[in-house]
Design a protein around this ligand. Structure first.
Ligand code: SAM
Ligand code: SF4
Length: 329
């Protein structure tokens, strides 16, 4: 098991499959992209599957989420999913993607055993999409979403980040659209994880702002009596259900005390938290012929050192060197 000194147990593994991306969301990456990892730095498909196998068989991981960068850019993705869903005990699997290319790959991913997708879409307006992501690919994302739903990668969840002056006024429109298409919408507060270090607390749209905006058009009732367990999203029934909406308020209502995550970067580093400033190198262990048990022990040690919280409210908070796209969001 992956236990830390605060008594939390990690059962949810986020695996970043690449640091590259075909979009340039302003809250994530600069226009020119980043210094990408070299081929020899990236874990191979076999190395990824081996590490996930160790996590599932020896460390109690029950949920594996593939992310990036843009995970659909990894050619071996269907094969990785197939091998991971063949593990015993079989973990639940999901993919966080910007949706570009999903129209082509959704059916194959479902056939490979993938359970669900989270597709990121911040706006219903193609012009705003282009400003936000610096690419004119809005229709590709809509097509990807529809294909995921048709393929049965359900419930299809949509992640939206709201930015002041760009799409902050779209919360009720996004929710009406999501309900009409049977997608489960979750708003994510913007976090200080952009490569440009441009995040400002007073320049972000808060959970409170989002809920106030949604309530101008919908009746929202809390789904779980204020209890959200380890789920980062607080959820509300929309107009008495069955549709729901979630808000992930990592900044204004952090959920660190119930966190059940561990993270593996595309270059084989374990991170205990998105905001961790330290990493544990499993790639070196893999490539020096360490046994599964030795690797598992390194992973346990890393998690034992997990901090109590992300510390966003601490005046000494320092943004991690790696941006979101290189950690795996
Ligand atoms: N490229 C894929 C995508 O966009 O879904 C997966 C990686 S992306 C880093 C994962 C999620 O992180 C996306 O939903 C994205 O909107 C979100 N994200 C990126 N930067 C963020 C930030 N600074 N604050 C909050 N969420 C962010
Ligand atoms: Fe790419 Fe996802 Fe970052 Fe947007 S949020 S630039 S799609 S990694």
């Amino acid at each position: 098991m992956l236990i830390d000194t605060y008594g939390r147990t990690a059962t949810d593994l986020r695996v970043s499959l690449t640091d590259r991306c075909n979009l340039r969301c302003t809250y994530c990456m600069p226009e020119e992209g980043l210094q990408w990892l070299g081929k020899s730095e990236l874990l191979t498909d076999d190395e990824i599957v081996r590490l996930i196998g160790i996590a599932v068989r020896l460390l109690g991981i029950r949920e594996v989420r593939f992310t990036g960068g843009e995970p659909l850019l990894r050619p071996g993705l269907p094969g990785i999913v197939e091998r991971v869903t063949a593990l015993t005990p079989r973990p639940r699997t999901s993919l966080t993607t910007n949706g570009i290319g999903l129209a082509r790959t959704a059916a194959a991913l479902k056939a490979a055993g993938l359970d669900r997708v989270n597709v990121s879409l911040d706006t219903l307006r193609p012009d705003v999409f282009k400003t936000l992501t610096r690419r004119a690919r809005h229709q590709d994302v809509l097509d990807g979403l529809a294909a995921a739903h048709d393929a049965g990668l359900t419930p299809v969840k949509v992640n939206s980040v709201l930015m002041p002056g760009l799409n902050a006024d779209e919360a009720p429109d996004l929710l009406a659209w999501a309900v009409a298409h049977d997608y489960e919408l979750r708003f994510i507060e913007q976090m200080p994880l952009d490569a440009q270090h441009g995040w400002k607390r007073d320049g972000m749209v808060t959970a409170e702002d989002i809920l106030a905006s949604l309530r101008t058009r919908f009746r929202l009732t809390p789904e779980q009596d204020g209890e959200r367990g380890s789920a980062p999203a607080e959820r509300w029934l929309v107009d008495d259900g069955p549709a729901r909406v979630g808000v992930i308020a990592s900044v204004t209502r952090p959920f660190c005390a119930a966190c059940d995550r561990t993270r593996l970067t595309a270059d084989g580093q374990i991170r205990t938290c998105l905001f961790a400033t330290e990493e544990t190198d499993l790639r070196a262990a893999l490539r020096s012929d360490a046994s599964d048990e030795e690797i598992a022990e390194r992973w346990r040690k890393a998690m034992w050192g997990k901090k109590a919280g992300a510390g966003l409210d601490d005046p000494t908070f320092v943004q991690p060197d790696r941006p979101m796209s290189a950690i795996g969001g």
